[in-house]
Design a protein around this ligand. Structure first.
Ligand code: ATP
Ligand code: MG
Length: 317
């Protein structure tokens, strides 16, 4: 299909967002408990990104609250007028440029680009990344083709940032494809002066064995563009607040302390917290915070998935 026949980026089925954060967004309920320092750091880096690229990592063990914080940051970006793009790498769905294609084809990017000078730039990058580029690209040697794809990606991000500051959120970086991470590294170098805020959430142990992710973070650290946030476990007071929020009412102090000790301060949640609720309240939802994510295909690595022994048999009990 020629460019003139393509009505909009968003309506092209091949170019629709591949790895959106939609699933995680549906799971979120209630405010972020604690994390004031992290939210403050994100807010400050987001503000400084208006003067040039700034990045933040959220690092922590499974279930610690990285995605929850990332979602809060997407709201912060939208409130501040950024073009907000949120994607998530997938544990099993991998392929060349999958994450980057998802970024460039996200509703946030395509809607902002529509009708602007950025629209053809974005389309060209997407076509190149998805192997539908012009014939000349296909005739290039592999390394030059890759470089061209990186170039077009960087140009597309820069073109978006000329419309409004851009906030890119990428969750579960430990599962990102290496081409996308390299493209991001290239963009960080070439678009450093553009108003781009980048937030990457990851499990550190798994990211440590992903060479391109390590390179990307090391590069940004060298340039001084990145702030790394490591999420700590909840304090007893935060666990109690978390439980209160989930149950929708006061909780028994001793019960909350027991849960805190058993969960070791993680944002994990007992499915049937016997004796915890102090007064009748609304029933707990069937998929509360910290519950085992049933959709995950590999064994759940969250430390405890209360009341979910069958779905989470390999987790530490
Ligand atoms: N600070 C918090 N405030 C409110 N809810 C939280 C907080 N931290 C975690 N949760 C809830 O706990 C659950 C687990 O958190 P989340 O999914 O963000 O963990 P994660 O670090 O992204 O884990 P994973 O590495 O498995 O992706 C979610 O339901 C989330 O909403
Ligand atoms: Mg997560």
């Amino acid at each position: 299909m020629s460019q003139t026949q393509t009505p909009t980026l968003a309506s092209d089925p091949i170019q629709q967002a591949l790895c959106p954060l939609a699933f995680q967004m549906r799971r979120v309920s209630g405010a972020v408990v604690g994390r004031a320092a992290e939210l403050g750091a994100i807010e400050s880096e987001m503000a400084s990104s208006r003067g040039g690229l700034a990045a933040v990592t959220l690092e922590g063990e499974p279930g610690i609250g990285k995605t929850r914080l990332l979602l809060a940051a997407t709201q912060m970006a939208a409130d501040r007028g950024f073009i907000s793009v949120a994607v998530s790498a997938d544990e099993t769905l991998r392929g060349p440029f999958l994450l980057m294609r998802s970024i460039l084809s996200s509703p946030g990017a395509t809607e902002a680009a529509e009708g602007t000078d950025a629209e053809p730039v974005l389309r060209r990058a997407l076509q190149a990344l998805s192997g539908r580029g012009d014939a000349s690209l296909e005739t290039l040697p592999a390394d030059q083709k890759l470089l061209r794809q990186f170039d077009l990606t960087a140009l597309a991000l820069r073109a978006l940032a000329l419309i409004r500051p851009v906030a890119l959120f990428a969750d579960d970086i430990q599962w990102a494809d290496e081409d996308s991470l390299r493209a991001l590294r290239y963009a960080v170098r070439t678009d450093a002066a553009s108003p781009i805020f980048l937030l990457l959430a990851m499990r550190p142990e798994e990211t440590a064995v992903l060479t391109e992710a390590v390179n990307l973070i090391a590069d940004m650290e060298r340039i001084g563009l990145i702030r790394r946030l490591r999420l700590d476990r909840f304090t007893p007071a935060e666990t109690a607040a978390f439980l209160r929020q989930h149950l929708g009412g006061p909780v028994d102090v001793n019960g909350a302390a027991t849960i805190h000790a058993q969960a070791e301060g993680r944002g994990t949640w007992p499915r049937t917290p016997t004796g915890l609720r102090r007064q009748p309240s609304r029933p707990s939802s069937s998929a509360g915070p910290g519950s085992c994510p049933r959709t995950r295909r590999s064994p759940c690595r969250r430390p405890r998935c209360w009341g979910e022994a069958s779905a989470c048999a390999t987790s530490r009990q």
